[in-house]
Design a protein around this ligand. Structure first.
Ligand SMILES: *Cc1c(COP(=O)(O)O)cnc(C)c1O
Length: 410
């Protein structure tokens, strides 16, 4: 008997056959055998491909698509994504190495992030990657390092805009911020860069993350374009790069609807010709992390104990917040909500309310709180969806000294 129906209303990506979830076309029980141990993350390359196709079908062809690899720096995944996108954005010297190893051309790699060290800056200049300067100190260091190496640095100014992406999950622009150069200070620093012998190649304006509202993204992009055109008046040489940020979110919690890309694409199709006319030769890029890979990944842990405490059922698993801080609710959630969770080898069947916990000695180690799930026992596989971004590398793996989690790209 074969069924094929979604596990959750918002979760239609992973088919169910014979009561077992399929990841990358492989039944989860077989995938767990193949991986050889639990817990693990599995990333489905066909879902990543489909996501990029979906984006490209709605966004203007001349708009570049960049992947922010901090969302998921697994080398095999980055190499896969590198073949689908136009650029990689990195935030450390370590990520720069992963990006270079992926085969992406160095001039298609951008390095942003506050507090870049001299060694990291030298690594980026030597590689020929773009450096997104976040402060006056970084501009001065870049000029010095360029002189020392005899290489002209590729410099973009990361701008802290005077607005923010409304309703965004994590605010990273507007007001006082550690990110970027305040927009009003940018003209002065463009002058300084010129005095130091550097060319300002463009701007990077990022106003927020994790938005599910197309109108909010459209509005932020319009403000971004206006700001970039205003700043371009102060440029001493033609601009080559304009990164207008991202902010494309994915639904994590009940009641959240997927982001509608069509209106964003339509508005960009209107505004891009104006940008290209005002700034001939400029490449305009959007950058995103979770939107490209977040829904293409699951975290899988095995039930190792089933306990009833004062009437409440606890499924204790071999995975938890040390591998998946975000699903535990401790990565920027204000009010804890459950990520979508399933029993991967027992999708249908009589349900009961359970809490799924990890093996750590803290009540924060919670993967699902009082959720209606099919009755499960020791040996069953708990699946956490929406786990392709900010998973393994955004979690405190050393806490309680359990083994590291395995990652597979299927
Ligand atoms: C982290 C980050 C991103 C990616 O954010 P997502 O919400 O994963 O798309 C994009 N741009 C910058 C500057 C970032 O720091």
């Amino acid at each position: 008997m074969s069924t094929n129906k979604p596990v959750h209303a918002e979760q239609t990506l992973y088919p169910v056959i014979d009561n077992c979830l399929q990841v990358g076309g492989i039944p989860l029980t077989r995938l767990a055998q193949r991986v050889g141990s639990t817990p693990f993350y599995a990333y489905d390359r066909a879902l990543i491909d489909a996501r990029v196709r979906h984006l490209r079908s709605h966004l203007p062809a001349e708009l570049e698509l960049h992947f922010s690899i901090k969302a998921n720096p697994m080398p095999a995944l980055v190499s896969h994504v590198a073949r689908l996108v136009d650029g990689l954005d990195v935030a450390s010297g370590g990520e720069l190495k992963v990006a270079l190893d992926s085969g992406m051309a160095p001039e298609r790699i951008s390095f942003a992030g506050p507090g870049k060290g001299d060694a990291e800056l030298a690594q980026a200049v030597a590689a020929g990657a773009w450096v997104h300067a976040e402060s006056e100190r970084e501009i001065r260091a870049l000029a010095r390092i360029g002189d020392q190496l005899g290489i002209a640095p590729r410099l973009v100014l990361r701008i802290n805009p005077d607005f923010e992406l409304k309703g965004s999950g994590m605010r990273m622009g507007g007001g006082a911020k550690q990110f970027g150069i305040d927009a009003e200070d940018a003209p002065r620093l463009m002058g300084l860069a010129t005095e130091l012998g550097l060319q300002v190649g463009g701007f990077h304006i990022f106003s927020g993350s994790q938005s599910l509202k197309a109108e909010a993204i459209v509005e932020a992009q319009a403000q971004t374009v206006e700001l970039a055109l205003r700043l371009a008046d102060h440029a001493r040489s033609p601009l080559q790069m304009l990164n207008i940020g991202g902010g494309f979110g994915i639904p994590y919690f009940p009641g959240e609807a997927p982001l509608d890309i069509a209106p964003i694409g339509a508005r960009l199709a209107d505004s891009l010709p104006r940008v290209k006319a005002a700034l001939p030769g400029v490449q305009v890029a959007v950058e995103m992390g979770r939107y490209l890979v977040g829904e293409a990944g699951v975290y899988v842990a095995r039930v190792v104990d089933r306990k009833v405490s004062r009437g409440q059922v606890f499924l204790v698993t071999d995975g938890g917040l040390h591998h998946h801080l975000a699903a535990s609710g401790n990565f920027g959630q204000v009010i804890r909500k459950n990520y979508p969770v399933a029993i991967g080898n027992r999708v249908d069947g009589p349900k009961e309310a359970v809490s799924v916990v990890g093996p750590l000695c803290t009540p924060l180690d919670l993967l699902a709180e009082r959720m209606e799930l099919p009755q499960a026992d020791v040996g069953d596989l708990v699946v956490v969806f929406q786990s392709g971004a900010y998973g393994r590398t955004a979690s405190p793996a050393a806490f309680l000294s359990h083994p590291d989690v395995v990652e597979v790209l299927v």
